[in-house]
Design a protein around this ligand. Structure first.
Ligand SMILES: Cc1cc2nc3c(=O)[nH]c(=O)nc-3n(C[C@H](O)[C@H](O)[C@H](O)COP(=O)(O)OP(=O)(O)OC[C@H]3O[C@@H](n4cnc5c(N)ncnc54)[C@H](O)[C@@H]3O)c2cc1C
Length: 469
């Protein structure tokens, strides 16, 4: 066994690990990273954010070519799907980006080790490579960034052909005729949208009585209406209780929780998207007595340190939203603190996005949350239908809603459903980060004609001064 010494070791090379490692190296810390998979980048780059967005873009173009180009006077004789090419494009994007991370590690002089990392004791990580070779790494600070994995339901075991996880749903070899999505959360809606656009008849079964209950109610009802227009069907307050897999079909038994009525529904593919759970198997945390909650999330203090000194954790492994940008910010903050700086994550401005069509993007408090917290607020809302650029694009569904605290006019929330909502949210996040008011946004130049003008009009509408409606 060879011993190698570092200032900091990251275990896991997802967005938390690789972004944190780069920041550590920039700060002059001697940095190592351990990854068990063949490629770097974790869930996000390999089987999450990036491949799903690649397929969402391609399937949206396919759908637009079929349904929307003619509105612009562009006539196509025939629109055909080349699924293999679409999946190949997605795989190429993933390959380019994961290889890019190897390059970034070299450029920043980060030593990368392939193999399963196990913390033997505070200060020591043992890496076991595929061929069984063991390497011992030493560091004062070890940062666990081992992320999360999909949750399986006991009666819906993944075979990744008929019953698929999000990973299987990124690589189906043909378009299913019928697809059932169990779970109407972000991943279910995004991947359900992909296959619906490509021609599958998609039914979403959701336990709650509406889509994504933590998101703004009005925004989610616009999205549901739009997805329904696109052909997706929804069953709410419904619990799947059993499944039967046959050669070409899966049949699910379900129960309507309001009426207690039971029924069955069949499809050729079932996507189970009921959530993800933290992953720390084989990392050695239990043996070391690292505290976790009932859901398997590692508990950390304000400095991301566990109850065992020298062992830290970030990203999907710890409480908070399971999002790539949250993991990244935590990776940066923890090493800035280790280097003697003042790392900080502002959890009040973590954006949430659903990359459907229209997109949904949200930051800060919803009206329901502001009420619960007793914060007096004013609402400004403005529709895309009244915006020149949205009309030119032909995408007029949706609106921007801004909430401001009436005592200070400080922005406390932004909720967008509409075209490019994910990009438009950026200026609201920046305004909130700087403690900005709706008046600040309302008085800021916005190029004309742009979709961003809808954000400005919503800010003006907080004080009932919107002009374009
Ligand atoms: C389909 C899908 C779509 C998504 N879309 C988005 C999106 O659009 N935007 C967004 O913000 N988030 C999205 N997410 C969530 C996002 O992928 C995660 O929040 C993010 O990847 C978490 O980062 P992380 O660094 O904590 O962990 P991960 O990305 O999960 O990385 C953990 C890494 O640790 C490695 N590892 C685990 N154990 C060990 C060990 N013992 N030794 C060595 N290596 C180990 C794993 O192999 C993995 O590479 C999506 C997720 C899915 C599944």
């Amino acid at each position: 066994m060879s011993a190698l010494s570092f200032d900091v070791i990251f275990v896991g090379s997802g967005p938390g690990g690789y972004v944190g490692a780069i920041r550590a190296a920039q700060l002059g810390l001697k940095t190592a990273i351990v990854e068990k998979d063949k490629t770097f980048g974790g869930t996000c780059l390999n089987v999450g954010c990036i491949p799903s967005k690649a397929l969402l873009e391609s399937s949206e173009l396919f759908s637009m070519a079929q349904h929307d180009f003619s509105n612009h006077g562009v006539k196509l004789q025939q629109v055909q799907l080349d699924l293999a090419a679409m999946l190949g494009r997605k795989d190429k994007i993933v390959k380019d980006l994961t290889q890019g991370i190897s390059f970034l590690f070299k450029k920043n002089k980060i030593e990368a080790f392939r193999g399963v990392g196990k913390i033997i004791k505070a200060g020591t990580v043992e890496v076991t490579a595929d061929d069984g070779t063991k390497t011992s790494l030493q560091a004062k600070s070890i940062i666990c960034a081992t992320g999360s994995v999909v949750t399986e339901l006991p009666f819906l075991k993944f075979d990744e052909k008929r019953i698929v996880s999000s990973t299987g749903a990124l690589s189906l070899e043909s378009v299913p005729k019928k697809m059932i999505v169990v779970g109407g959360g972000v991943i279910g809606l995004e991947l359900g949208s992909v296959w619906a656009r490509l021609g599958a008849e998609v039914t979403v079964i959701e336990f709650a009585d509406r889509l994504c209950p933590v998101m703004d109610k009005g925004v989610m009802s616009v999205l549901q209406r739009s997805l329904t227009k696109q052909g997706m069907k929804f069953m709410f307050s419904t619990k799947v209780t059993a499944s039967k897999v046959e050669k070409n079909e899966v049949t699910l038994e379900f129960e309507d929780m309001k009426s207690n009525l039971k029924g069955t529904i069949s499809a050729d593919v079932v996507l189970v998207a009921t959530g993800r759970k933290p992953f720390s198997s084989g990392l050695g945390l239990e043996e070391l007595g690292v505290q976790m909650d009932k859901m398997g999330r590692v508990l950390v203090d304000d400095h991301f340190q566990t109850n065992v000194p020298g062992i830290y954790a970030i990203g999907d492994l710890i409480p908070g939203p399971m999002l790539a940008h949250k993991a990244e910010e935590e990776g940066v903050a923890v090493v800035e603190m280790l280097a003697g700086g003042a790392g900080h994550v502002n959890y009040g401005t973590v954006p949430s996005v659903i990359y459907t069509f229209p997109e949904v993007a949200s930051v800060g408090l919803t009206e329901e949350q502001a009420k619960e917290q007793g914060i007096p607020y004013a609402v400004g809302s403005f529709p895309f239908a009244a915006n020149g650029r949205a009309k030119a694009l032909g995408f007029t569904d949706g609106h921007v809603k801004i909430l401001a605290d009436t005592r200070s006019d400080k922005i406390i929330g932004g909720h967008i459903v509409g075209p490019r909502a994910s990009e438009l949210l950026g200026e609201i996040i920046v305004a909130m980060e700087f403690g900005g008011s709706s008046e600040d946004l309302a008085r800021t130049f916005h190029a004309h004609p742009t979709l961003n003008e809808v954000v400005r009009e919503a800010a003006l509408a907080v004080d009932k001064r919107a002009r374009q409606a």
